[in-house]
Ligand binder design. Sequence first.
Ligand SMILES: Nc1ncnc2c1ncn2[C@@H]1O[C@H](COP(=O)(O)OP(=O)(O)OP(=O)(O)O)[C@@H](O)[C@H]1O
Ligand SMILES: [Mg+2]
Length: 264
Amino acid sequence: MGQIRIENLSKEYVDRRRQKRSPTSPKTHGRRVRVLDGIHLEFDAGEMVCILGPSGCGKSTMLRIIAGFEQPTAGAVWVDDRRLNRPSPDHIFVFQHSGLLPWMTVSQNVELGIRHMEDEKEKAALIQEFVEMVELEGFENHYPYQLSGGMQRRAELARALAVNPEMMIMDEPFSGLDFLTHMKMREEVVNMHQLIGKTILLVTHDIDDALIMGDRVVVLGGRPANVKLDQRLDFSHPRNFEKDEELGRLREEVFLMLGVSYAV
Ligand SMILES: Nc1ncnc2c1ncn2[C@@H]1O[C@H](COP(=O)(O)OP(=O)(O)OP(=O)(O)O)[C@@H](O)[C@H]1O
Ligand SMILES: [Mg+2]
């Protein structure tokens, strides 16, 4: 479960900002801007796929299409040989910016995705299990504003996990976190992935995140964007750039690919 095939995917937006508009002008009227161009990718079920690419190249757009929130201009996404055409509760999206509901406590936020469960005891046990998995025990009754940025992200992770989705789609889940929290979250997501074995698509701007966490790394680039690199990462965990020469070389290659000639 969770095998993904992206076939010849293209996306164009209509840029209407610089167009003269009238109430009768059609929505399709305007300059068409192609963001994604003929993307082919295949991910195995259970793979952790890390997606890199320069800002504005279309990473979030691709994720939104895979999640079924947006329709492609051409091409298709297949999940386990089913053509995807609308959002599904099996495909959970963790957003680039916090998506917790501010008027709900941690427990209530985690409960959101499983509120249909009838057995109250079972539901409470599940909420507790995931709150503990992300190390938020003791904060169940706190509201998001009473949590640090890292704790909010962990609460979001718990909410996504409780739904038991067949795939998780994460758009820069570590953005805005301090260095140590970022490192810790990275470790937690790797551990969680090894534990639950679900397909995870994770967009990051951090090359090291991608190479340390991923079973596969995909680099998008160009205008419109296409696939610059799609490579399996068969390195054992924990990964270390200094100790593993091949991984170190790949890191330099990806830095160069993204336009940085000196990998720090
Ligand atoms: N709804 C929209 N209408 C028009 N243009 C859009 C829309 N959404 C995105 N775009 C354009 O598509 C391009 C890709 O945007 P996208 O958000 O996918 O980039 P990204 O790779 O996720 O960038 P970042 O790393 O900064 O998050 C941008 O040039 C953006 O202006
Ligand atoms: Mg984005």
